[in-house]
Design a protein around this ligand. Structure first.
Ligand code: AVJ
Length: 336
C-alpha cells in the first residue's frame, strides 16, 4: 500500500494483490480445457491489450446494444438507483476498468451529498492508477481506495471503508459464469454485504434470437477477431502455434439455456503445439471449441438467482426498450 502514517488522509491508495501464481494457473486451466471433450477456453483470456481494444470496438458497434443500453440507464436513472440503495457513501466497482460508466454513479452520489469513497477493483494496475487520478481531479474531495486483484479470487479483500456501500458489477460480465460458479460468486458477494449495503448488477436480458446473434456476430467481423484473439494470447503466453485463420467464429443463441454460446470452429484437421504445456492438441475439421457463454436473464429468473445466493432483489431498472437491466439486491438475513 502507498502512503505512510498519514495513509488514511491520502486521496488515492491502491493495493496490489496479484499473486505470482497467475501463469501457473493459466497453464493448468488451459491444459484442462484443451484436453477436455468438447474443448473449452475461459473468456478471461480474451483480454490482453489487443483483446481489450477489440472489446472496446465491440461496444461501439451498431449491433452490440448492451453497453449503450447500460449507459443509458446509468445516465438517466443514477440518482434513482442511488436513492433506492440508501444513498451509500462508498461505491465499490468490480472490474472497473476505465470507469467510463461509473461517472454517472459518482455524479449522482455528489448530487445527493453522499459521495465519499470509490473503490475500483480491477486486474490492471496501470488502468486503476490512471482512473483513480482522473476521478479525484473530476470529483474534489473523493477518496479512492483501489484494489488490483482478480476479484473472482480475492473478493474478500475488498476494503471496508465504513458507512454503507454499493457494490457495482456492471457490463453483464456475470453472464460469462456457468450457473454453479455464478451461484458461488453471488453467495460470496452476499456474505460480504452488511445490512445497509447493496449490490448493483448489470445483466443483458432475453430477447429474440436474431438480435442476440447479430450482437455477437457483427458484419464488420470485430467480434470474430476478438474471439480468435484468444488463440494469439495462447501463442504469446504459452508458446502455442495456433493459426487464427484456421478457425472460424461461431455465435449461436441456445434458447434452452438462455445464453449465447460462442465458439471457434476448426476449418481443417490440424495439430497445434503448446510448448509451455508440452502438449500437442488435435482438432478435427469442423470441431468446435467453446470460448465463452454470455447468459441472458429475465426479471423472474434473476429473482430466483438472487434468492439462491442469499440475496433479494430490491430494485429493477431497464432501458426504455427493455433490452438490459440494472438490478439492486441486498442480503436476505438483514431484511426488514
Ligand atoms: C463483456 C462479457 C459482457 O458477454 O456480451 C462481447 C463480452 N463477447 N462480445 C458479453 C463479449 C463477445 C461481453 N461481456
Amino acid at each position: 500500500m502507498s502512503g505512510g502514517s498519514g495513509a488514511a488522509t491520502e486521496p488515492i491508495e491502491v493495493e496490489v494483490r496479484l499473486g505470482p501464481g497467475g501463469g501457473v494457473e493459466m497453464a493448468r486451466e488451459v491444459r484442462l480445457g484443451l484436453t477436455s471433450r468438447p474443448k473449452e477456453l475461459a473468456p478471461k483470456y480474451f483480454y490482453d491489450d489487443r483483446g481489450s481494444q477489440l472489446f472496446e470496438r465491440i461496444t461501439e458497434l451498431e449491433e452490440y446494444y448492451p453497453t449503450r443500453a447500460e449507459r443509458s440507464i446509468l445516465a438517466s436513472r443514477s440518482v434513482e438507483v442511488l436513492a433506492a440503495a440508501g444513498e451509500p457513501e462508498t461505491l465499490v466497482e468490480l472490474g472497473s476498468g476505465s470507469a467510463a460508466k461509473t461517472r454517472h454513479l459518482l455524479s449522482a452520489m455528489r448530487d445527493l451529498g453522499c459521495l465519499g469513497t470509490y473503490v475500483p477493483v480491477d486486474i490492471s494496475e496501470a488502468i486503476t492508477h490512471e482512473t483513480a487520478q482522473t476521478l479525484v481531479e473530476e470529483f474534489p474531495g473523493l477518496t479512492v481506495r483501489g484494489l488490483v486483484c482478480d476479484f473472482e479470487h480475492d473478493l474478500e479483500r475488498v476494503p471496508d471503508s465504513g458507512g454503507s456501500r454499493l457494490v457495482a458489477f456492471l457490463g453483464g460480465t456475470i453472464g460469462n459464469l456457468y450457473p454453479d460458479a455464478r451461484r458461488a460468486f453471488l453467495s460470496r458477494l452476499a456474505a460480504l454485504l452488511g445490512p445497509a449495503d447493496h449490490l448493483l448488477l448489470g445483466t443483458d436480458l432475453v430477447k429474440e434470437r436474431a438480435r442476440l446473434e447479430a450482437a455477437y456476430d457483427d458484419r464488420q467481423g470485430v467480434t470474430a477477431e476478438f474471439n480468435r484473439n484468444v488463440l494469439l494470447v495462447l501463442n504469446q503466453e504459452l508458446g502455442a502455434d495456433f493459426d487464427p485463420e484456421a478457425f472460424e467464429h461461431v455465435a449461436r443463441y441456445d434458447s434452452g439455456e438462455q445464453r449465447m454460446d460462442i465458439r471457434l470452429r476448426s476449418l481443417a484437421d490440424q495439430e497445434v503445439r503448446v510448448e509451455a504445456l508440452d502438449l500437442t492438441v488435435r482438432f478435427a475439421d469442423g470441431e468446435e471449441m467453446r470460448t465463452e457463454i454470455s447468459t441472458k436473464f429475465t426479471h423472474d429468473g434473476l429473482e430466483r438467482i438472487y434468492e439462491e445466493a442469499g440475496l433479494q432483489m430490491t430494485g429493477w431498472f431497464t432501458d426504455p426498450d427493455g433490452d438490459y437491466a440494472l438490478s439492486l439486491a441486498s442480503p436476505v438475513e438483514f431484511a426488514d
